[in-house]
Design a protein around this ligand. Structure first.
Ligand code: 5GP
Length: 136
């Protein structure tokens, strides 16, 4: 199977601005800086996305994402931070290797905007809630 871009970074085949590394996790600056300090936190083991990553690894990734977010506020002058992960193409995932974006925010008028509009109407909320509840 062809290695994805993050596997190549992990294996040192592609350079990056590395922020952190341990046996399970690596963090580096996103090549495309949505804002100053935009970082990616990635498990070294390949998992396609957040949903297919074992909980202990997923927790380690989020521990580092949290720390980088705190540093963004304390040391980069960020006023806020967006922490997000896209799962599957439909949700905007372009690299099929689980990663968490840590995006420092300096103002509301930056290149990144997460807009949540109530777009679905006529939903049967009791049935939807029951379906999720029954499978948790
Ligand atoms: P996604 O769209 O899958 O949530 O995010 C993938 C991210 O990986 C994008 O923000 C993109 O800029 C970043 N990216 C893609 N290729 C490279 C690369 O070669 N190096 C680094 N540092 N980031 C990359």
């Amino acid at each position: 199977m062809e290695k994805d871009i993050f596997c190549k970074i992990i294996d040192g085949e592609i350079p990056c601005y590395k922020l952190y590394e341990d046996v399970d996790v690596i963090a580096f600056l996103d090549i495309s800086q949505v804002t100053k300090g935009h970082a990616l936190v990635v498990p070294k083991e390949h998992y396609d996305n957040f949903l297919s990553t074992p909980a202990p690894i997923m927790h380690k990734v989020f521990d580092i994402a949290q720390r980088i977010g705190q540093i963004d506020i304390q040391f980069l002058g960020a006023k806020g931070v967006n922490i997000l992960t896209n799962c599957y193409e439909t949700a905007g995932q372009t690299v099929k290797h689980f990663h968490v974006h840590v995006i420092p925010r300096y103002s509301k008028e930056e290149g990144f905007m997460l807009e949540m509009k109530a777009g679905a109407e006529g939903l049967n909320l009791p049935v939807i809630a029951q379906t999720i509840k029954d499978n948790l």
